[in-house]
Design a protein around this ligand. Structure first.
Ligand SMILES: NC(=O)c1ccc[n+]([C@@H]2O[C@H](COP(=O)([O-])OP(=O)(O)OC[C@H]3O[C@@H](n4cnc5c(N)ncnc54)[C@H](O)[C@@H]3O)[C@@H](O)[C@H]2O)c1
Length: 407
C-alpha cells in the first residue's frame, strides 16, 4: 500500500474513496443492535489494557470513571506491571498476561475492546492483532515509529472500518472544542491563505538521565523512552503533538524537509537526541519551521503559530488558543487538556461503539502527522533535504532485536 500526500479525510483513504467508504459504513449501521457485542445501551464494554505502565494505569482510571467500561484483562511484558494494574482494577490473575505474546493472548480472550498503552515500537502490531481478533481499538499516540508501522496502522484502520470496529487514536488537541473551532476558522479562510508557520515543543529532562545496561533487551524495554528505536526519538514520540496540530491546520502532508538534531545537555544511557530543528515545506510552498528541546529549565511550550495575510492562529497545548487579525477569535485557555482531551476521547470511543460509527476519522490524520515527524527525523539524521516521496519509497524499518526476551 502507498501512503500518498493527500487530504487525510478518513482511514488513510483519498476523498473519493472516503465518501464511498462512508456509504458502506452507513449500510453496516443497519445491523440489529444485539448482534454487536458491547453495543447494548445498558451493558458495559469489556475492555483490556495492553501496556500497564504510567499512562496505562492513569488512563484506565479515566475509563473506569466514564462508567461505561469494565476492565476484564491486562497485558504487559513485565509481571510486576500487570500485577499492579490487575490488583487495582480487579482483574483476575487468569486474565493477566505477560511476555511478548501477552497482547495476542489478551486480544484473543473474551472482551470487546483494547486500550493500547505500550511503547510506540509495538503499537502497529498490537493494534493490527486486536483488529484481527475483532476488538475495538483505543491507541496511544504516536501510532508508529517508522513508515512500515504507519502503513500497517493505516491498513488496520481501514480493516477496522470494514469489520464494524472502532479504532481511535488518542490525540488530545483534536478532541478539544476550542482547538476545533480555531482550526475550522482557519480552514474557512479567516487568516487568509497560510503563508508560513512555526511549531515548537520545548520541555525539560522528561525521562531523566539514568545509566543502564543497553545490551540487555529487558533493561532497554524498561527504558524505552530514551531509546530511538522503541520510541521513535523525541520528534516522533513527544513532538508529534505539535506537528499533529500543524499538519491538521494546513490539512496536508509536507512535500520535503531539511533539518538537524543533536545531543548536548542530555546525560545517561540511551541514544535519544535532546533537540531538533527542521524546516518543512508543505504544498503551495507553505513553510513551517519546527524546533524542539528536551532538556533544561525555564521554558516549556507545545505551540503552533500559523500566519496568513489577514491573521495569525496562536495555539498552545498548555496555554491559550486564539486568532488575531481582521477576523479575530477570542478562543480560550486550556484548563487541563492532558486530562480533558483523554476524557473526551474515551467518551467518543464509547459513543462510536454504541452508535456504530466505524468511519474512524482519527486514523488518517494521526498517520499523516506521524509520517511528518518521521520525515523531519530522517532529514535531521541525514543533515540534508529529504522529500516525502523518497521517505515513503525507502520504507525504512526500525529494528529492535527481540532475542533474549520472554515469549
Ligand atoms: N499525552 C499523551 O497522549 C501521552 C502521554 C504519555 C504517554 N503517552 C503514550 O502512552 C504510551 C505508553 O507510555 P507510558 O508513559 O505509559 O510508558 P510506560 O513505560 O510507563 O508504560 C509502557 C508499558 O508498556 C509495557 N511494555 C513494554 N513492551 C511491551 C510489550 N511488548 N507488550 C506489552 N507491554 C509492553 C512496559 O512494561 C510498560 O509497563 C506511549 O505510546 C506514549 O507515547 C501518551
Amino acid at each position: 500500500m502507498t501512503i500518498r500526500r493527500e487530504k487525510a479525510v478518513g482511514g488513510g483513504l483519498g476523498r473519493r474513496e472516503f465518501l464511498a467508504a462512508g456509504a458502506a459504513a452507513l449500510a453496516f449501521a443497519i445491523v440489529k443492535p444485539q448482534s454487536v457485542r458491547g453495543a447494548e445501551a445498558n451493558s458495559k464494554i469489556e475492555i483490556g489494557l495492553i501496556g500497564c505502565g504510567g499512562r496505562g494505569g492513569w488512563i484506565a482510571k479515566l475509563f473506569q470513571e466514564n462508567g461505561n467500561y469494565k476492565f476484564v484483562a491486562g497485558a504487559d511484558y513485565f509481571e510486576d506491571k500487570v500485577k499492579t494494574f490487575a490488583t487495582k482494577f480487579g482483574v483476575d490473575a487468569s486474565r493477566s498476561y505477560t511476555g511478548l505474546s501477552a497482547c495476542k493472548k489478551l486480544a484473543e480472550s473474551k472482551l470487546d475492546a483494547v486500550v493500547i498503552e505500550s511503547p510506540p515500537y509495538f503499537h502497529p502490531g498490537h493494534a493490527a492483532g486486536a483488529v484481527e481478533a475483532g476488538r475495538h481499538v483505543y491507541l496511544a499516540k504516536p501510532p508508529a515509529v517508522d513508515v512500515p508501522g504507519c502503513t500497517l496502522v493505516a491498513e488496520s484502520g481501514k480493516k477496522a472500518t470494514a469489520k464494524n470496529l472502532v479504532y481511535l487514536i488518542d490525540f488530545q488537541t483534536r478532541a478539544d472544542p476550542i482547538f476545533r473551532e480555531a482550526v475550522k476558522r482557519v480552514h474557512n479562510g479567516d487568516i487568509g491563505r497560510i503563508v508560513s508557520g512555526e511549531a515548537v515543543y520545548y520541555c525539560g529532562f522528561t525521562f531523566g538521565n539514568a545509566e543502564f545496561d543497553v545490551k540487555d533487551p529487558e533493561v532497554r524495554l524498561r527504558h524505552w523512552t530514551v531509546d530511538n528505536v522503541l520510541s521513535g526519538d523525541i520528534i516522533t514520540e513527544q513532538n508529534v503533538h505539535a506537528l499533529d496540530v500543524a499538519s491538521w491546520v494546513i490539512d496536508e502532508a509536507p512535500v520535503r524537509a531539511v533539518g538537524t538534531c543533536g545531543r548536548k545537555a542530555k546525560k545517561g544511557s540511551g541514544d535519544l537526541h535532546d533537540h531538533f530543528a527542521v524546516v518543512f515545506t508543505f504544498p503551495g510552498d507553505v513553510i513551517v519551521s519546527f524546533a524542539s528541546k528536551q532538556y533544561g529549565e525555564g521554558w516549556d511550550d507545545i505551540g503552533v503559530r500559523m500566519f496568513g495575510p489577514r491573521g495569525t492562529l496562536d495555539a498552545h497545548y498548555f496555554g491559550a488558543v486564539s486568532i488575531k487579525g481582521s477576523v479575530p477569535y477570542a478562543g480560550g485557555t486550556m484548563k487541563n487538556l492532558y486530562t480533558e482531551g483523554a476524557v473526551a476521547n474515551i467518551a467518543e470511543f464509547h459513543n462510536s461503539i454504541v452508535n456504530k460509527k466505524y468511519d474512524n476519522p482519527t486514523v488518517a490524520p494521526s498517520v499523516r502527522s506521524d509520517l511528518t515527524t518521521i520525515l523531519g527525523r530522517t532529514a535531521a539524521y541525514k543533515g540534508g533535504p529529504v522529500t516525502w516521496d523518497e521517505m515513503i519509497k525507502a520504507n525504512e524499518k526500525l529494528e529492535f532485536d527481540l532475542k533474549g526476551l520472554k515469549a
